[in-house]
Design a binder for this molecule. Structure first.
Ligand code: E4P
Length: 218
């Protein structure tokens, strides 16, 4: 399973990259705003900086909501860097734009996906990635992991090559369960990735090994 970090924070991207397990980055307009990045020139420069920090796909989301606007904006984003993936919302115009970009060989990520039917449409439109938001489904008392399972089954039934990018991941068990179900990619915060490191038996075991070494080598 590929690991993407879901942030526009450069320090967190650098830290995740330094672990050696990072495969890409996803951003969205809220995450860019959280970092205080505004104005089209600053936004485009920020995407370029992110691309220089990681060796992998970087999802950059369009703001336009109409087909023509999405195509224009997406083309400008894709021209920024070969690692850019054009992120499009799961709407009628978003699906049309997805088909446009996929037929031109430009990578796409269809975002804000909350049902298996939406994921089927994204695959039919040739999306490179589909982003089901599991955390936001959990937030409204629905099991986001069931959606991942449904999409996996549908894509496997028909051999769709669209990668299932489990998004809105909030914690370590989301990552582990997505891996068990067969999500191709997960995107989550740095805390969920580094949380995978932790186990109290690792800490106590290491302390014991070091204490025994020190005793034997006094
Ligand atoms: C996906 O690409 C989105 O950026 C993201 O995962 C949304 O997550 P959230 O529900 O934590 O905002």
């Amino acid at each position: 399973m590929k690991f993407f970090i879901d942030t526009a924070n450069l320090e967190q991207i650098k830290e995740a990259e330094s672990l050696g397990v990072l495969d890409g980055v996803t951003t969205n307009p809220s995450l860019m705003a959280k970092e205080g990045i505004s104005g089209s020139e600053n936004i485009l420069n920020h995407y370029k900086t992110i691309c220089s920090l990681v060796d992998g796909d970087v999802s950059a989301e369009v703001i336009a909501t109409d087909y023509e606007g999405m195509v224009k904006e997406g083309e400008a984003l894709a021209a920024l860097h070969k690692q850019i993936v054009v992120k499009l919302p799961m709407t009628k115009d978003g699906i049309k734009a997805c088909k446009y970009f996929s037929s031109k060989g430009i990578k796409t990520n269809v975002t804000l996906v909350f049902s298996a039917g939406q994921a089927l449409l994204a695959a039919k439109a040739g999306a490179s990635y589909v982003s089901p938001f599991i955390g936001r489904l959990d937030d409204i008392s629905t099991d986001g992991l069931i959606l991942i399972q449904e999409i996996r089954q549908i894509y496997d039934n028909y051999g769709f090559t669209t990668e299932i990018l489990a998004a809105s991941v909030r914690h370590t068990m989301h990552i582990v369960n997505c891996a068990k179900i067969g999500a191709d990619v997960m995107t989550g915060p740095l805390s969920a990735i580094t949380g995978l490191l932790k186990h109290p038996l690792t800490d106590s075991g290491l302390a014991q090994f070091l204490a025994d070494y020190a005793k034997a080598n006094q």
